[in-house]
Design a protein around this ligand. Structure first.
Ligand code: ASP
Ligand code: MG
Length: 309
């Protein structure tokens, strides 16, 4: 591999509209010139909240399950039609969508009984499982061959459904052996589902709301990536939520220690454990805005680099 690996994570607001999908596609085509991009993606904005409601409301009721399945299908189908158009890839995506929606329907109907917690995680995972193949198709249509990867083959967790903990040694091993095979075909960009993993027996788990950040950080560490780029709808990290606080200030750069203290305290809008795997390996993070890729964003760097600059 002649290019460094960069992990690029796109949040739900980056991929929830057709403009967003076009921007992400452009960002990846540019990135390919200087790095080997490994993409991690969340569900389309709002979909995981919808799936939580679907699981809460359905409780085995077929008609309710069907209404939610239709709702989710409509959202992804609309995104696909806008961005992929009539290409044969759209037909292919439709068949992926049908299969995922059948799985969602089944999981919603299994929402009671002894396997309810596992079924609920399969419900929540649908958002990412529908997005990774869609984003891979969007890249491919834009002359950037890509393939989706289900993170259940990569991220090993315990069986605490809804808030599973990543188990590092088996995860690292799985990710590294997967990547060794992948780079035999280095022209395809991998598009990996964030938020989900699997137990040793292959049961799907989710790693906590906002968990795609942690998925991306875990993958970056296992791949010894040069950096993690976290793409979102704001141009960096702010001292407070800029949507609700006029006095919020954007941070140019901060060191791991500071950033970790703040994320653990629920600030900066990242999953509280995101920086743990990165700090352990000194992998810097660049928080950037999908809709304004030219903006500076915020850099999180090891303490030595922070004092030098
Ligand atoms: N889609 C999941 C959520 O909304 C994971 C993520 O976006 O990071 O929590
Ligand atoms: Mg999110």
């Amino acid at each position: 591999m002649d290019r460094p690996v960069h992990v690029l994570k796109f949040g739900g607001t980056s991929v929830g509209t057709h403009e967003g999908l076009h921007s992400v596609s452009h960002i990846i085509r540019e990135a390919r010139d200087t790095c080997f991009p490994v993409v991690v993606v969340s569900a389309a904005a709002g979909i995981t909240d919808d799936l939580v409601r679907a699981a809460d409301e359905t409780r085995g009721d077929r008609a309710t399950a069907e209404a939610w399945v239709r709702h989710v299908g409509r959202r992804y189908r609309a995104l696909a039609q806008d961005v992929i158009g009539d290409a044969p890839l759209c037909t292919h995506y439709e068949s992926v969508l049908q299969a995922e929606l059948s799985e969602l329907r089944r999981a919603l109907q299994n929402g009671t009984g002894p396997h309810a917690a596992a079924a609920r995680d399969t419900v929540l995972a649908a958002g990412e499982r529908l997005m990774a193949p869609l984003l891979a198709a969007v890249f491919t249509v834009h002359d950037c061959p890509a393939r989706p990867v289900d993170a259940t083959a990569l991220i090993r967790t315990d069986a605490v459904h809804g808030d599973a903990t990543v188990q590092w040694p088996p995860t690292c091993e799985q990710v590294q052996s997967w990547f060794e095979e992948w780079i035999d075909e280095p022209d395809a960009v991998p598009v990996i589902t964030g938020f989900i993993g699997a137990t040793a027996d292959g049961t799907t788990t989710t790693i906590g709301r906002g968990g795609s950040d942690l998925s991306a950080a875990t993958l970056a560490r296992a791949l010894e990536a040069e950096r993690l780029e976290r793409w979102t709808d704001v141009d960096g990290l702010y001292t407070r939520d800029p949507a609700t606080h006029d006095d919020a200030r954007r941070l140019d750069q901060l060191d791991f220690e500071q950033a970790r203290t703040w994320t653990k305290a629920g600030r900066l809008g990242m999953h509280p454990c995101t920086l743990d795997p990165l700090a352990a390996a000194d992998i810097p993070v660049h928080v950037r805005c999908t809709h304004r890729p030219e903006a500076d964003g915020t850099r999180i760097v090891p303490a030595v680099a922070a004092t030098r600059s």
